[in-house]
Design a protein around this ligand. Sequence first.
Ligand code: LAQ
Length: 371
Amino acid sequence: MFLRTRGSFRTRDLDRLARHVSTLHSCFDGKAGLVLKSSSTDIFQNLAFEDWIYDRVDLQSRNLLFLWRNSPAVVIGRHQNPWQECHVELLRRTGIPVARRRSGGGTVYHDLGNINMTFFTSKKKYDRQRNLGVVTGALKALRPNLDVCATERFDIVLNGCYKISGTAARLGRTSAYHHCTLLCSADRSVLSAVLQSSCTGIKSNATPSVPSPVANLSDHDPSLNPDSLMDAIASRYNHEFDLDTPVLTVSPGSEVLMPGIHKMTSDLQNWDWVYGKTPKFSVHTSLTVESTNIGLEMDIKNGVVETCLLDIPHEWLPADFVKELCASLTGIRFCPNEFVVAVAAFLRTNSSCSQHVQKTLRLCENIVLVM
Ligand SMILES: Nc1ncnc2c1ncn2[C@@H]1O[C@H](COP(=O)(O)OC(=O)CCCC[C@@H]2CCSS2)[C@@H](O)[C@H]1O
């Protein structure tokens, strides 16, 4: 039946497929530990791979290290506000994605010059200082003169003050993971540009990040590169956990190897997860449009505008018109697409005067920049 409905499969393909499936399972079966390296640089695929391992692999009697890197991306913590943490408008313009991870903590920037490590264990064996010891041990094995140490808040700092690694964790009933970054040669000008809010006047209880001066390891020693660092970390991990495992490359895009991973990936990409999960917040800001001062107040819950108030001089736009405009913005997602559609629909039914239309468009050009 399976073969008939999918005529393109041949016995040879099925054999190969079966071999792959058993390969992945045999990777885990009977092993006390594994080191896996991602073949993907897609932030959503790599975060989904973490979810898949956490949900589907029995971590009670094994340790697992996952090494991965991403194309440029901003990664916010589970309980954070992207509009507060990053320059959402610049990210949209440059096509750099924002991802919300399932662990708590602050916002970091990733690119191919940044390494990520995920240490999976049982909850009982979860030990962040031990894991960070693997990282600092690997660095010292590579370059004995490097001054690196882990701090009380589980950062790793270079020369006593420059952050090169940040940590976050997810703890379940029986399983856990600790993941951390390592800055080797990331683009620091992009890092600081994207980790600046484009929206002033946000009030919220979301977890704030703790900004620090950062450095790249390659600033200290230009011969250090991500591949040699990952090899050194893998061998130090083997040493620390008394293992003898090679680094296995895995493809987190493979539904065949990891059934269910596509759904996990698309859940992480969904607007409702990335933006909609933001804890309730409000924006109180002022805009200057054609030399007129305009106050904007919005309450946003689950990413949706709950209330909207625009404080506009009556001589600039009539009060009834503004009231109707605010009403039409209530209930939309706090995002440019829905905003533009709502304003266009509003103007179609309320556009008796071309001056009002022009002013509304200019006002909306300014509002869209905070979204
Ligand atoms: N890549 C990277 N590595 C280290 N530090 C960074 C990085 N990007 C930004 N920063 C600095 O850390 C603060 C935020 O520090 P804060 O302590 O608030 O948050 C963190 O460290 C979170 C680390 C999450 C690690 C996960 C591992 C895999 S997926 S992401 C930011 O404002 C910058 O100053």
